[in-house]
Write a protein that binds this ligand. Sequence first.
Ligand code: ZN
Length: 244
Amino acid sequence: MTQQYSALCKGCWQQMHVPIPLRGGFSLPFRAFGIRPSNMNPNICTICEMMFARMMKARTVTIDATILFADLRGYTKLSQSMPAADVAGLLDDFYDRCAAAIWEHDGLLNKTIGDAVMAIFNFPIKRSDHSRQAVLAARQMQKNIADQRARFGDTPDAAGDELGIGIGIHTGEVSFGEFGHSHRDLTAIGTVVNMAARAQSAARPGEILVTQEVHDRAQAELQGSTATDYTLKGFDQPVALYAA
Ligand SMILES: [Zn+2]
């Protein structure tokens, strides 16, 4: 998996038209001041990351964004027959592959919860087609995980509990805040985030489920996909989801 990373910070260039070098000789003086590629997205810098953290602490900020949740399934069974170090390697590999797909489509890897990942699209790198980018990232993730499975020599068994990821995507107004009691979690909250998480839990391994709103914004990618009603935890009415 080779990936070409941006030489300039995409966030700084877009929002301030300031060229901040991330790689190569020009980046060295910046690195001396602690300005380097962000761990949340290697195509943005640590200034952008700080801006993100500050924005989330403001508590009142809402932005139009697309939220993607991905969850690794079936590794518990696989891990029973593997040494602990191999399991850790498997999970690291999973995160790396998810991250690569998210970054390729200008998303921000916001958070990893247990064996799940959450990504935000449209901040700080603006994309008017952020819902479409999230769908493309999700497809890339499914492809990457299929490659990973092949590498581990995993084959679907009768019980159907092979290694795979379920993905859920929703889009709309997202609020940011500071949460969690034991450790300070900076993350996005709100109905959009909850819905994306619920769609993810409804998705079977290998499946991507998106909401009506995502379908409307990424129509070109989802032609021929029809809605199915799902009963989701925390939502009174059945929710129409599309397989992407
Ligand atoms: Zn930047």
